[in-house]
Design a protein around this ligand. Structure first.
Ligand SMILES: Nc1ncnc2c1ncn2[C@@H]1O[C@H](COP(=O)(O)OP(=O)(O)OP(=O)(O)O)[C@@H](O)[C@H]1O
Length: 498
């Protein structure tokens, strides 16, 4: 028997300046089903979720929930219509207790106001129905992200939501936490809720979901029962490439992997660092992608940092192309053409007060040293190569070679191999740099020293007051966060990135 349609989006179109994020997309969510939304980066998944949850107004198309046409004016509107959302970063109140969060807006009222005992009892019941034994009087912040997500789902049951949207909920969970989340989601499904699950993990789709909608370049490619869409076909549908071509790529990779006679590009044996990671060994052959798997805290990041010399190994040895190599610093690793993309890319992978262009040429300039500045033509060639490989237009005007050269002074030199990747806090207190960088920084500072909110509202006194009074809130015009700590970074991006 076909399940009841709970929510239906038809012919949804949403455009941003210069890009049609969604172009006539359909999505149907049914009661008692877990529905996966799949697609490559930029396919339009987040935009579609935001259309469903009232974050974005749609340009055209229709949204029906419970058989009634809806035009959401905001997230509260969508929530009132029965749509609950659980994000990767939990959006509950960390300063309140578990019970208060579960029951927020649905507190049990007595003759003298809120009956807290009854409220906590109701919260406990909601949690227990999902198999969760949690003391409802403990603070939400005392629980892990995984538990907080489960609490957010319990809240959805209290709100009697008909649709539960899970947006990349498992990205920061370990395996046992994922199992616990899935058990709770299955219980929700069994009570008749329609679940929309967005993830990049194919295994999880095949483990949990009944149906899959695939998006590509803002369009719906199709809707498939999971059991009828083999994994390889799902990948080719997402990528828009023929299965045969993908298989040829896979065969080539397998052939390379099978050629055991190939000398590994990188081989480490018993590589370790006292108190951080015990000896780990691995081999990486040409053309291979090797995954490091393990639970949170098992040492994956630590091993990656040792391979790049970001932390100095104190045991084991390494070989590059069969020759002994000392990976004692990023400089040494880069000399062996080993690069590192950090887990925390925002604080370790880029330098936010430099432009996109400067960030791109930085490592090359730093390797050459300050005495051999890159010419504008060389910078252009580097930028074009990177941007083309990323499929992005190179938008940045050239900086003077002096700026680039100065940028590679102490503060940035780790990118090309100073002994340590600095902690994120060290970004905020730049050491002395050459005159051109100092001059530029002071101009950036003078443009950004006021909080973003007060800057944007400077022409309207009343708005300025209201913005400034909402510490840690969002500026009414620009949408920029106003707390002082974040202002400079955000604004610097705006002023220095063309
Ligand atoms: N606020 C925005 N302003 C301008 N363009 C946007 C905005 N949000 C999304 N886009 C663009 O719309 C397209 C779809 O983006 P969307 O974030 O929905 O994709 P996605 O499938 O969720 O990708 P990911 O898996 O990386 O989150 C992309 O080209 C993106 O650059």
């Amino acid at each position: 028997m076909p399940s009841t349609v709970v929510a239906e989006l038809r012919d949804i179109t949403i455009a941003f300046p210069g890009v049609k994020a969604l172009d006539g997309v359909d999505l149907v969510l049914r009661a008692g089903e877990i529905h996966a939304l799949m697609g490559e980066n930029g396919a339009g998944k987040s935009t579609l979720i935001k259309a469903l949850t009232g974050v974005y107004a749609i340009d055209s198309g229709t949204v029906e929930v419970g058989g009634r046409p809806r035009r959401f004016s905001g997230t509260a509107d969508a929530q009132a219509a029965g749509i609950a959302t659980v994000y990767q970063e939990v959006n509950l109140c960390t300063n309140l207790s578990v019970g208060e969060n579960v029951m927020l807006g649905r507190e049990v009222r007595g003759r003298l106001g809120i009956d807290w005992s009854a409220t906590h009892r109701a919260a406990r019941t909601a949690l227990e129905l999902l198999g969760l034994q949690i003391d409802t009087r403990t603070s939400l912040s005392s629980h892990s992200i995984a538990v907080q997500q489960l609490i957010a789902i319990a809240r959805a049951t209290v709100l009697e939501s008909a649709v539960l949207v899970l947006d990349e909920p498992t990205s920061s969970l370990d395996r046992s936490e994922v199992e616990q989340l899935f058990a709770v989601v299955r219980r929700m499904r069994d009570t008749g809720v329609a679940v929309l699950f967005v993830t990049h993990f194919l295994d999880q789709v095949y483990e949990l979901c009944d149906r899959i909608t695939v998006l590509r370049n803002g369009r719906r490619v199709g809707e498939f029962p999971t059991a009828e869409l083999p994994r390889r076909e799902l990948v080719s549908t997402m990528l828009g490439r023929e299965l045969a071509r993908l298989e040829a790529i896979e065969d080539r990779a397998l052939a390379v992997g099978a050629a055991d006679s190939t000398v590994p590009v990188l081989r480490v044996e018993d590589l370790g660092r006292k108190g951080v990671i015990a000896g780990a060994s691995l081999e990486l052959r040409p053309g291979e992608i090797v995954g490091l798997a393990g639970l949170l805290g098992s040492g994956r990041t630590e091993l990656a940092r040792l391979l790049y010399g970001a932390d100095r190994p104190d045991a084991g040895h390494a070989e590059v192309h069969g020759r002994p190599a000392r990976l004692s610093s990023p400089r040494a690793a880069l000399a062996h053409r080993i690069a590192f993309s950090s887990e925390d890319r925002r604080s370790e992978g880029i330098i936010p007060d430099l432009s996109v262009r400067e960030n791109l040429v930085l490592a090359v300039q730093a390797q050459r040293g300050w005495a051999r500045p890159l010419s504008r033509t060389q910078q252009d060639a580097i930028v074009e190569r990177y941007m083309t490989s990323l499929g992005v237009q190179p938008p940045m005007p050239a900086r003077s070679s002096a700026t680039c050269r100065a940028a590679t002074s102490r503060r940035c030199s780790w990118a090309a191999g100073s002994p340590r990747i600095p902690s994120s806090s060290s970004w905020t207190s730049p050491p002395a740099a050459s005159t051109s960088v100092r001059r530029r920084r002071s101009s950036v500072r003078s443009r950004t020293s006021r909080p973003a909110a007060s800057r944007c509202c400077s022409s309207r006194r009343s708005s300025r007051r209201s913005c400034a009074s909402r510490s840690a809130s969002t500026c009414c015009k620009t949408g920029i966060s106003s707390p002082k700590s974040s202002t400079r970074r955000t604004s610097t991006w705006m002023t220095s990135s063309p």
